[in-house]
Design a protein around this ligand. Structure first.
Ligand code: ZN
Ligand code: ZN
Length: 351
């Protein structure tokens, strides 16, 4: 079957064709279906911001390795014992690319994000077929299309943010970074009752989208003074919650300054591995009592992401779709920043 792999580790932005990161469609064998497994005929898989980081070698994977985890599709085959969730062949599904062991200390302690045996060897999502454990698979609601369904995983990330910052109703909130995750966060925080809801983002088209999704204010951090604007919008108080999802080295140190006294600051981007940041503990932790936290993956978030998905405005996320044979082009389009999200169509499936 066809499957998109990283065949050379390197930056996709490297102009040298000999050394740049490279993806290719390989022909790989289909995985066997175990007793508790579900074989999915993949309809769509969207490119995640983490996929290029993976190609750049951030996770230390050795090429060729499979890519993609934001998947939707239909069930092609069920293992004999994959019956506990009532899944049926032909069901429209999406799910969690990670399989948690359910047995280790962390899984038994309500912290499956730290699972010592989390298995993601069952990637790649950019494939014609995928075999997942039953526990990873969720049926899509009837009103959610397969094209929208591949956004279940990014939506689970938003559920996790809100779990982590648990804002009070009416809290003033700023989202730093208007990529797909930031734009989904704006939508969800609006539903959640955020006020003075602000997106800080350099790309004008994305700021426009944020306003459409319910943001009250936007800031262009490249042409405006982020701190001054934040203070103007919040009457000098700062935001009760700040969510940093841009991963920008420039944005990160500003975030404590615009967080209100007693507020929560959540760094949820995949920052460069070698990025350290000074933090004045007297100001921010002693005097201002900030709660500074982060998120890694999305434990316990998928069932609620399924509930939420049909309420999200997803048209802006589903307009750039490329067939699996054009995977290289799809990645180039993703890197261009022209589209909020780029999706690869892995099979022709109605619905
Ligand atoms: Zn992702
Ligand atoms: Zn575990």
């Amino acid at each position: 079957m066809k499957s998109v792999h990283c065949v050379r580790v390197g930056s996709l932005k490297d102009p040298n064709p000999e050394t740049c990161g490279k993806v290719a469609v390989l022909d790989i064998p289909e995985d066997p279906v175990g007793e508790e497994d579900v074989k999915i005929k993949v309809a769509y898989c969207s490119i995640c911001g983490s996929d290029p980081h993976n190609i750049e070698g951030i996770f230390g994977n050795v090429p060729p390795f499979g890519l993609g985890h934001e998947v939707s599709g239909i069930i092609a085959e069920l293992g004999k014992k994959a019956t506990r969730k009532g899944l049926k062949v032909g069901d429209r599904v999406a799910g969690n690319f990670l399989r948690f062991c359910g047995t280790c200390y962390y899984c038994r302690n309500g912290q499956e994000q730290f699972c010592e045996h989390a298995d993601e060897s069952n990637r790649p999502g950019f494939s014609e077929y995928l075999v997942w454990h039953e526990s990873q698979v969720f049926k899509l609601p009837d009103e959610v299309s397969l094209l929208q369904g591949c956004l279940l995983e990014p939506t689970s990330v938003i559920v996790r943010f809100i779990d982590k910052i648990s804002p009070k109703l009416g809290a003033r909130i700023l989202v730093s970074g208007g990529g797909p995750i930031g734009l989904l966060a704006v939508q969800a925080l609006k539903m959640y009752g955020a006020t003075a809801l602000t997106l800080s983002e350099p790309i004008a088209a994305r700021r426009e989208l944020a306003l459409k999704f319910g943001a009250d204010f936007t800031i262009d951090p490249t042409s405006q003074d982020l701190y001054a604007e934040a203070m103007r919008i919040t009457d000098g108080l700062g935001y009760d919650a700040v969510l940093e999802v841009s991963g920008s080295r420039a944005a990160a140190p500003l975030m404590p300054r615009i967080t209100a006294k007693g507020g929560t600051l959540c760094y949820s981007a995949m920052f460069p591995r070698d990025f350290d940041m000074p933090l004045n503990l007297y100001d921010y932790c002693y005097r201002n009592e900030l709660t500074i936290t982060g998120t890694y993956i999305s434990p316990y978030a998928f069932p609620r992401a399924v509930q939420l998905l049909s309420r999200m405005q997803l048209d802006a996320f589903t307009s750039a779709v490329f067939p699996i044979d054009d995977a290289e082009k799809a990645f180039a389009e993703h890197m261009s920043g022209k589209h909020v999200k780029v999706i690869i169509k892995c099979n022709d499936i109605e619905g």
